[in-house]
Design a protein around this ligand. Structure first.
Ligand code: NAD
Ligand code: DAU
Length: 336
């Protein structure tokens, strides 16, 4: 395979590139990333010199550049991770979410269609389904009902991907995964924020009553699912991915504090997120029965690995929190 991985310098994208280099060392991998505040090439420092890995600094809204890169590397497969991904930022600045997540996806699809790329995989999210009550699960047939500007932009992108399958017969797949956690998770998101704040004895902001539920999956299990869909996904199909690890935010925060031997008094209840979805929970039986995917990590093993990673990679997150790495990339690539 000759893969273009857009958004490969972010959290899941960089874990996916590590996964693919290990699982398929002969594949060509082109990481195409704009290096926004969330993109960090340090995530890939250890494989920078690998002969089959290449980095291209670019925007998924730039048709000409994508077109050129597909030719240059004879790309036959595209996996699109590139997105604005943080719900809170989408509430204060929705426009960039629509541009990148919707128009960027359509631009990538156009380039893929015109160059006859063999497969296009869109990395989507369970947030497109909206919010659950205390019972039930999201299946692939659950109607889309996004509640945040972020979720609306991802749902819109999914609709465009679907349309390119129906209209042009492109070989597409969409995966919709629940909340990921693990190495290289940007410390604005709940788990890395809690770990890093607790390690520095800072307050831990918990939105509202803290009883919102998220369904957590260790990032390596998500990457293995994407690998499987790339190779065995049936054209036009959507696959939900999730590990049945539902946790209330407050319970999760207390669990992390206990593991770090830090006091619960660090917790600070703050104003709720606008339009805050109450509960997510994924039914992943389709990918399990049709493609044979199974998560390898329990929540216990995944969270222990994650905490250990943040303990042994203090420099990585301290640089991000200080903004030092952004100054470096601004100098290198002219992007902040
Ligand atoms: P992230 O914010 O960590 O990374 C996003 C990457 O995309 C960054 O490297 C950024 O520089 C790049 N990017 C942003 N705009 C770009 C553009 N216009 N052109 C090229 N590159 C651009 O995000 P993540 O958490 O790794 O999520 C990756 C994908 O997975 C997203 O599409 C997200 O919607 C989806 N997803 C995330 C989760 C989760 O829990 N994090 C769960 C399910 C699905
Ligand atoms: O479900 C998949 C989605 O998971 C992805 O599509 C998104 O890209 C990803 O960011 C994530 O979205 P969430 O909004 O669920 O993740 P976040 O880490 O921002 O928040 C998790 C929960 O914790 C949510 O209920 C809000 C709450 N929270 C979050 C932060 C940052 C807090 O209570 N305090 C916080 O400081």
């Amino acid at each position: 395979m000759k893969l273009l991985v857009s958004g490969g310098a972010g959290f899941i994208g960089s874990n996916f590139i590590h996964h693919m280099i290990k699982a398929h060392p002969t594949y060509t991998i082109v990481n195409f990333d704009l290096l926004t505040y969330a993109g960090n090439l340090e995530n890939l420092e250890d494989i920078r010199a690998h002969q089959n890995y290449h980095f291209v600094h670019g925007n998924i809204c730039n048709y000409e550049l994508i077109d050129y890169v597909i030719d240059q590397y004879a790309i036959d497969t595209i996996v699109n991770f590139a997105a604005e991904s943080h719900v809170d930022r989408s509430i204060t600045q929705p426009d960039v979410f629509i541009k990148t997540n919707v128009l960027g996806t359509q631009t990538l699809l156009d380039a893929a269609k015109n160059k006859h790329v063999k497969k296009y995989l869109q990395i989507s999210t369970d947030e497109v389904y909206g919010s659950l009550g205390s019972n039930g699960y999201f299946t692939e047939k659950t109607p889309l009902a996004p509640n945040s500007p972020y979720a609306a932009s991802k749902a819109s992108a999914d609709m465009v991907v679907r349309a390119y399958f129906e209209t042009y017969g492109m070989n597409i797949n969409i995966t919709r995964c629940s909340n990921n956690y693990g190495p290289y998770h940007f410390p604005e998101k709940l788990i890395p924020l809690i770990i890093t704040n607790a390690l520095e004895d800072r307050e831990l902001p918990v939105y509202g009553d803290g009883k919102n539920i998220r369904d957590w999956l260790y990032v390596e299990d998500h990457c293995a699912a994407i690998d499987l869909v790339l190779h065995q996904g049936k054209p036009g199909e959507v696959y939900n991915v999730g590990g049945h690890n539902e946790k209330r935010n407050i319970d999760l925060v207390e669990l992390i504090l206990d593991k770090l031997n830090k006091p619960h008094s660090l917790i600070k209840h703050v104003s709720d997120r606008l339009g805050h979805d109450r509960r997510y929970a994924i039914d992943a039986s389709k990918i399990k029965t049709e493609l044979g995917w199974q998560p390898k990590y329990t929540f216990e093993t995944g969270i222990n690995e994650t905490i250990q990673w943040y303990l042994t990679h203090k420099k990585w997150w301290q640089k991000i929190r200080s903004g030092e790495y952004r100054d470096y990339f601004k100098k290198q690539y002219g992007t902040a």
